[in-house]
Design a protein around this ligand. Structure first.
Ligand code: G3I
Length: 367
């Protein structure tokens, strides 16, 4: 595939006429009682996210929290899908000598299984991982492709039959919103790494829905490039099964732009995963707004995103996933990760696991 994707490189790809069945293996397995509680007029107000939503609600989880019964119980009570925050990625699975360490991924998968939760795989191929096992293979395409294939087959194959889907390629579009990203996989295989990853993942787990996942898709330019890439993959017969919009929102995001962005992402007819939502309260040092005003903005953003997702056709509502459980579990609390402070409160539950006003905003949007 060539570098910058433009309309010129795309034969007019008609939006894929996709026979979309249920978004996932278990979409039908939701408890009818939960749905009745959410939808019957005058019924008691849903006290859990999964009771409020007519689609799966997920959370990113971490094994270092699973021994805390309060955390584990909150996940099992509120959500019906889990994603590994980081422990199903190359950085923890693939050692420099090529060995694969299943300890933490298996712990995540076992927690999902033991609690009747859907497991969503994140992520097979991500430019940001730069695994040492691939570095010496750059320049030897055959060897690189063999390791690329081995990794995907081993990881996606291990959870075949349990994982409802995978982020096969994560963050393929550059931050400039125009070009596709560099990194080891582009160096090793050229842009073919993207379709190849999907084809291998489909061989490894034919039943999983395979996603292209990215962030800042609220930005028109990046969204357009992301959709052109998706159209190109569909046109080339690549088994792309869904689109993930991470939705790491900042207070500068215009809530009114979220609905149109969601509809545009859904225009190809594929299932949509709101895959990593959080809304940071961090703002510029000169921002004079009091904290309570920032929380109102945060509530509006969560509500707008929840409404936009809920408004999608049922067959396109794959899942709505929060990127963490309690505020204290968020990546945004790690200055090393995000550069933000330790005081951020970006999620739906506070440090003690109590639902916040952001939880109310989401439940209101779905009730
Ligand atoms: O727990 C270990 C600790 O024992 C060790 O001492 C320390 C230093 O090596 O690492 C700790 O693990 C870190 C882990 O977060 C838990 O804090 C990993 O190094 C670190 O890489 C990992 O960061 C994660 C990051 O992806 C990279 O995998 C974040 O938690 C996670 O929230 C973030 O998630 C990404 C999505 O995958 C893609 N979209 C953006 C999103 C936010 O960056």
């Amino acid at each position: 595939m060539s570098g910058a994707l433009t309309r010129r490189t795309l034969i007019g790809a008609a939006p894929a006429a996709l026979a979309l069945g249920a978004c996932s293996r278990e979409a039908e397995s939701r408890e009818p009682a939960d749905l009745r509680a959410a939808s019957t007029p005058g019924a008691a107000r849903p006290t859990t996210l999964k009771a409020a939503a007519p689609f799966p609600v997920g959370a990113a989880i971490r094994t270092d929290r699973l021994d805390d019964p309060a955390y584990a119980g909150l996940v099992a009570r509120q959500f019906d899908q889990v994603t590994a925050d980081w422990e199903m990625k190359m950085e923890i699975v693939l050692a420099a000598d090529g060995r694969l360490d299943w300890t933490r991924p298996d712990r995540i998968a076992a927690f999902a299984r033991d609690n009747g939760l859907r497991l969503f795989g994140h992520t097979l191929i991500w430019y940001a991982q730069d695994p040492p096992a691939f570095a010496p293979l750059i320049g030897d395409r055959a060897a690189f492709e063999a390791e690329f294939r081995r990794y995907i087959v081993q990881v996606a194959g291990r959870y075949a039959g349990q994982a409802v889907g995978w982020d096969v390629v994560n963050e393929a579009v550059d931050d400039d919103g125009v070009r596709l990203r560099g990194g080891y996989f582009l160096q090793g295989l050229g842009l073919d790494y993207i379709p190849l990853a999907f084809r291998i993942a489909k061989e490894a787990d034919p039943g999983a829905i395979l996603f292209l996942n990215d962030y800042n898709l609220e930005q028109p330019t990046k969204r357009a490039t992301f959709l052109r890439l998706a159209e190109r993959l569909l046109r080339d017969g690549v088994p792309l099964g869904g689109l993930g919009t991470q939705s790491h929102l900042s207070l500068e995001q215009d809530p009114a732009a979220i609905g149109p962005a969601m509809r545009e992402l859904a225009s190809l007819g594929l299932p949509i995963h709101v895959s990593e939502v959080d809304v940071t309260l961090q703002r510029g040092r000169l921002d004079p707004r009091p904290e309570r005003d920032l929380v109102r903005v945060q509530e509006r953003l969560f509500g707008a995103l929840a409404e936009a997702f809920h408004a999608l056709p049922e067959r396109q509502r794959f899942a709505f996933t929060a990127w963490g459980v309690r505020d204290q579990d968020s990546w945004l609390r790690k200055p090393s990760e995000s550069g933000f402070g330790r005081t951020d409160r970006p999620l739906l539950f506070d440090d003690e696991g109590r639902p916040k006003s952001t939880f109310d905003a989401v439940v209101n949007a779905w009730s």
